[in-house]
Ligand binder design. Sequence first.
Ligand code: COA
Length: 597
Amino acid sequence: MTQTARPLRILFLTHAFNSLAQRLYVELSGRGHEVSIEFDINDAVTIEAVALFRPDLIIAPFLKRAIPAEIWQEHVCLVVHPGIVGDRGPSALDWAIMNGEAEWGVTVLQANAAMDGGDIWAARGFPMRAARKSSLYRNEVTEAAAAAVLEAVEKFGRSDFRPAPLDYADPAVRGRERPLMTQAQRRIDWARDDTATVLRKIRAADSFPGVADCIAGVACWLFNAHAESVLRGAYPDAPPGAVIAQRQGALCRATTDGAVWITHARRKSDPPGFKLPAARAIPEAAGAPESALPALPWRDANTWQDIAYEEEAGVGYLHFDFYNGAMSTADCLRLRDAFIEAARRDVKVIALMGGPDFWSNGIHLNTIEAADSPADESWANIEAMDDLCRAILACGDRYIIAAMRGNAGAGGVFLALTADRVLAREGVVLNPHYKGMGNLYGSEYWTYLLPRRVGEAQALAITQNRLPLGARQAAAQGLIDACFGADAPDFTAQVKALAADLAARPDDLARLLEAKRADRACDEAVKPLAAYRAEELERMRLNFYGFDPSYHVARYHFVHRLPHAWTPLHLARHRRNMWQRQAVLKTRDAVSAQGRN
Ligand code: COA
């Protein structure tokens, strides 16, 4: 990737510091640019941010509103649009999925009076994949956007570059303006739509806004659908739309030609509910027969599984694809049991694969929020997560690889650090800190796992700074062992080659396992794992049950996706300086006043 000659002051103007904004932050700050962030709250706040930071360049990675004219008339503002050149409108990816586009892209354009109609600085294309909108966004769109933004930033540094005006007469411009997709356009006609159509409609609306529908007479929005090609045979008379089975919180509904699993739903109530496992959101449907799987389910493409196992060339691959990377108490315990089962099998290497979009984002804040006692459920969830971590750490006779194909946050990062070798796809972004969730202290043995990899000082910086780390940065700091792979298939292929190679060298493997057992015994003698856990949980007890409600308040805001009222100071460097400047001026005034008295 290219590099500009001079470091720039770049202001991100963004609706949220989402995964794409975080990835761009990692790429640009890693190249020496000074990046500060302002959430798009209102025009006056934006104008103030620009005045405070005096950026060379403004980038809008994820914006839902137009940039004020006062800003784009005075500054170059580059907008990242998740669509091909000429595509305009707020439902770019939704239409691309619904219309079955074979190829799609990302365009970096300059803000002007016409929304998404400005001059074009860079664009990248990619082949479409049958996947959720959010999965395309976190993978193909993010990779394309990172490449296009870096190209645009490089062009910004060149005095001879002129962006190309959008010209619909140009036959290369294939996109066009499309309106906001309505719920009427997303509606599922259960009597007519086949499985492929139902999947396409739900995928185009996931993770937002979901497809408005009814389950068991309850109005709700549907999320995360997977085809089921076996179960329907047992219910030949079930009318399309009927719930025919349930599994781990997901509901299976008949279609005209098969069935689909719907894993999550949001109840349309007053006030509206938040996203939950479907059977939990709609208990009216929870009487459906249970379609249970064994503790270690063998991978089967004919059905939906959030935990799945496979073996290849002497390696066990344990996949866990929890929606949004959130792991409830039951999820953690099922994964622990699956891991223990896998470790009993005749494989010496186990690769923990996470899911294709997320590795893990720690305990499940939504199921916690929905519990009768969120404090008790928080406690149960963190204990279950710790039990899972403990099972991996205590496994002395298998070599464990953590293979992070997708991003990880909070306890999810530390779950990965329980492995003997921690690998990540190059584009992965890690958030190895808890503090953003209402000063949560965190557990998952992080007080043992983090300093032993990066040292005490760096551990303190990582947990306090609350900034995302790119995989390359994480590898350079020793937080993870290595990163590679241009995309998830490339990364997975390299992980498989590496794991198979290790499994094929029994003597080397025996030495590695011997060394691992010795290290663990030595660490245990210095301080037992139980002591780390007890100390962490003591702090967590205060978070959950103590006088300070910050964690409960932060979780409520997070789960209900409430808009930000301000930009936190660890992101808004320009405001941090402002407070520092004001503090310095105040001290100076106080000192000179003392001098006068
Ligand atoms: N529990 C429940 N849902 C979670 C979750 C968690 N631990 N972590 C992420 N999610 C959900 C979000 O609500 C969001 O849902 P939606 O898009 O379906 O509405 C989705 O996952 C993506 O999260 P988002 O915050 O938009 O992703 P991001 O890539 O921008 O940010 C994180 C990643 C990890 C920084 C952010 O998700 C986060 O702070 N998560 C909470 C981590 C945490 O505190 N865990 C508990 C302590 S272990």
